[in-house]
Design a protein around this ligand. Structure first.
Ligand code: HSE
Length: 470
């Protein structure tokens, strides 16, 4: 089976010392063999995508790629695309250790077995492709350090925003840019729910139940609707963009459970849409900064009002989009399917091509997968971040209420840009909507704590940050 094709340029000695198969491939490698762990939705999608396009991919990169083995939990588990029985095994260890497997693809999900699989492969010096955002979020620092120690790359295009090539874009296309702003709609489930709440005036719980029935949302929806899936992705993007490892605990996260159709309606009247945004922003260094040379960044996930005229406002349904501003390139936008077997398989194929090319040319370190270039960087606490705010209060409809609220805001130096008491809400208690000028989140929290203590304010105030992309 092994045959030397001089046209492929395998002459590079480095390329030939292919990990896990040291010596055995010298001058004879005629294809890059893939050992895959996980044959579920994404795994079977990758098998199917390669069946469809392996010849195209191979002719583009000049290297045939073949899946040689797929380790699965159970041989007969249902999968969206069939996988040939002869490829299947239940022994992942055998797949990882087989010296004929040059690249290992981890698609099992979770952070326990997946971590063992990835570490085992990297320690054998084998390049690993993963789609596992939770794994990278929890253990990325250790995994990338292990990869570097063993001269193997860890490829992770499929971990963020499915089919959108945002990892490659940040890592390679924008290698000459400082990333000043990144805004991502990176959770399709939340975007689907918010799109339907906006279009139909429906409540969160009703749309979620419907999304679960249709299979768009998981039976246990917390990972998506409480913002944790977006947190994993935003941490990965922030680490890549700013060159220091951002830990999940450093990322402020709010989900969408508390959003109401009423808030979406009021926001729309003011010219805004509400989107769950991952936000990564380079902040100005404070006067006496402990890290004068490093980036100080905001990294957060929360629902935000965004102008209806902004391009991200038109991203609907399960689609994802990532808006990136670089100091050289300016504003850019990447849009596509953030999940699903085919879109995710497309990202895995891109990584497989990179892994094969890196093996071919001995260039595992060409543009390293994670580049620690801002050693002195730091994540700023959200309390220090300045934004604008939309606030909805339920208040007793009597004179003096606005004065009391305005006084609590003024005490924190927060200015009001507009106030609406929408018509059509009769009764003792009515909603009022305030749009507020820029203030720190610390000042806003203090003001809200004061406001919620007012006797005339009923229930908890609703606060949603406003993002103007300035
Ligand atoms: N559950 C995610 C979403 C896809 O709804 O976007 C996988 O990250």
């Amino acid at each position: 089976m092994l045959r030397c094709d001089p046209n492929w340029g395998w002459g590079a000695q480095k390329a030939l010392s292919v990990p896990g198969a040291r010596g055995s491939l010298r001058g004879f490698m005629d294809s890059v063999n893939i050992g895959m762990i996980g044959g579920g939705t994404v795994g079977s999608g990758v098998v199917h995508a390669l069946q469809q396009n392996a010849a195209l991919l191979s002719s583009r990169i000049g290297i045939p790629l073949a899946i040689r083995r797929v380790a699965v939990k159970a041989l007969d588990e249902p999968r969206p695309y069939p996988i040939k029985k002869s490829l299947l095994t239940t022994d992942w260890q055998q797949v990882v250790h087989d010296p004929q497997h040059h690249v290992i693809v981890e698609l099992v999900g979770g952070t326990t077995l997946a971590k063992t699989i990835v570490l085992t492969a990297l320690k054998l010096g084998k390049p690993v492709v993963t789609a596992n955002k939770a794994l990278l979020s929890a253990h990325g620092e250790e995994l990338f350090a292990t990869a570097a120690r063993h001269g193997a790359n860890l490829y992770y295009e499929a971990s963020v925003a499915g089919g959108i090539p945002i990892i490659k874009t940040l890592r390679e296309a924008f290698v000459g840019n400082r990333i000043t702003h990144l805004y991502g709609i990176v959770n399709g489930t939340c975007n689907y729910i918010l799109t339907r709440m906006t279009a139909e005036g429906a409540g969160f719980a009703d749309v979620l139940a419907d999304a679960q029935r249709l299979g768009y949302a998981e039976a246990e929806p917390s990972l998506d609707v409480d913002g944790f899936d977006a947190q994993h992705k935003v941490g990965i993007l922030a680490s890549l963009a700013h060159g220091f490892w951002v830990k999940p605990a450093q990322i402020h996260v709010e989900g969408i459970r508390h959003l109401t159709a009423l808030d979406i309606q009021f926001a729309a009247r003011l010219g805004y849409a509400i989107k769950l945004l991952g936000i990564i922003k380079r902040l100005p260094a404070p006067a006496r900064s402990k890290t004068p040379n490093g980036a100080r960044i905001q990294v957060s996930v929360y629902p935000a009002l965004i102008p209806q005229s902004h391009v991200l406002a038109s991203v609907s349904g399960v689609f994802n989009a990532v808006f990136v501003r670089g100091d050289i390139v300016g504003d850019t936008l990447f849009y596509g399917r953030g999940a699903g077997k085919d879109a995710t398989a497309s990202a895995v194929l891109s990584d497989l091509a990179d892994a094969a090319l890196d093996l071919k040319f001995g260039t595992a370190g060409r543009v390293p997968p994670f580049v620690p270039h801002e050693r002195a960087g730091a994540v700023a606490p959200l309390a220090e971040v300045h934004t604008r705010y939309f606030v909805r209060l339920n208040v007793v409809d009597q004179p003096g209420v606005m004065a009391a609220v305005a006084q609590r805001l003024a005490a924190q130096q927060i200015g009001i840009s507009s106030i609406i008491q929408p018509e059509g809400h009769e009764g003792d208690v009515v909603p009022i909507i305030l749009m507020l000028h820029d203030a720190s989140n610390r000042a806003m929290s203090r003001a809200l704590a004061q406001i919620s203590r007012l006797r005339v304010v009923k229930g908890a105030p609703v606060m949603i940050r406003v993002e103007n992309f300035a």
